[in-house]
Design a binder for this molecule. Structure first.
Ligand code: DX5
Ligand code: ZN
Length: 217
């Protein structure tokens, strides 16, 4: 299991050190939650922060854009150092144009759905995407309860990915911790985002290792 820590849960007074800490713990990428106070009720941080964090690790940066008009900000986040740009199907931007923009700048494209959006709405885009991100909480805040009833979406998507002979990765985000990882591990999931569980752990190295092994030591 690949693990992508969400820095939303880190100590914002020392984000750089926090990123170095998780990078050294063996995570696979860094998840940066971008919120605009419009698409979701919360505001987090923007491209300037992403840019300054870029110097702290060589791991891929995954920006999860929870913003109303992602298409308008693709270039800016890529210039700031994003390697993977994940945006929402429910946003106002044209989905195909947004994917094409990311691809034209030679970066990886991800598309995410909120809990109320059915998985089949992603089917037409699968062949253009590097990953799909299934939200297992309502986007907006860290530390929420895991919605186990979203996991079936990963099975539905995996079947379609196989049917179309693609290699699109499946990622989940929200409420992933050392308990929920056990049920998660029985679904076709490639990457787990985890914020609170990692940054509030008193042994980050062990927690990351445990999550990577799918809850089995
Ligand atoms: C929610 C964000 C998540 C969140 C995950 O809107 O997209 O990335 O920070 O945090 P935890 O692991 O605390 O649920
Ligand atoms: Zn996220």
């Amino acid at each position: 299991m690949k693990i992508s820590p969400s820095v939303l849960a880190c100590d914002f007074t020392k984000m750089g050190e926090e990123i170095v800490k998780v990078s050294n713990a063996g995570v696979d990428m860094i998840h940066l939650d971008i919120m605009d106070g419009n698409f979701v009720p919360n505001i987090s941080f923007g491209p300037a922060i992403v840019k300054s964090l870029r110097k702290k690790t060589s791991l891929p940066f995954e920006t999860h854009l929870m913003i109303t008009n992602p298409l308008n900000y693709i270039s800016e986040f890529i210039e700031s150092g994003a390697d993977i740009i994940t945006f929402h199907l429910e946003s106002d931007s044209n989905t195909m144009k947004t994917i094409e923009k990311i691809k034209s700048l030679k970066k990886k494209a991800g598309l995410s759905i909120k809990p109320k959006t059915p998985p089949k709405s992603l089917f037409p885009y699968l062949k253009y995407l590097d990953l799909v991100l299934i939200m297992t909480v309502e986007p907006g805040f860290g530390g929420q309860k895991f919605m186990e009833n979203q996991l079936y979406k990963t099975t539905v998507l995996k079947q379609e990915i196989i049917r179309q002979n693609l290699s699109t990765l499946i990622e989940i985000d929200g409420g992933v911790n050392t308990n929920t990882i056990k049920v998660i591990n029985s679904y076709p999931i490639d990457i787990c985002v985890s914020g609170t569980c990692i940054f509030e752990s008193d042994n980050i190295n062990q927690t990351v290792k445990f999550l990577k092994l799918g809850g089995k030591f």
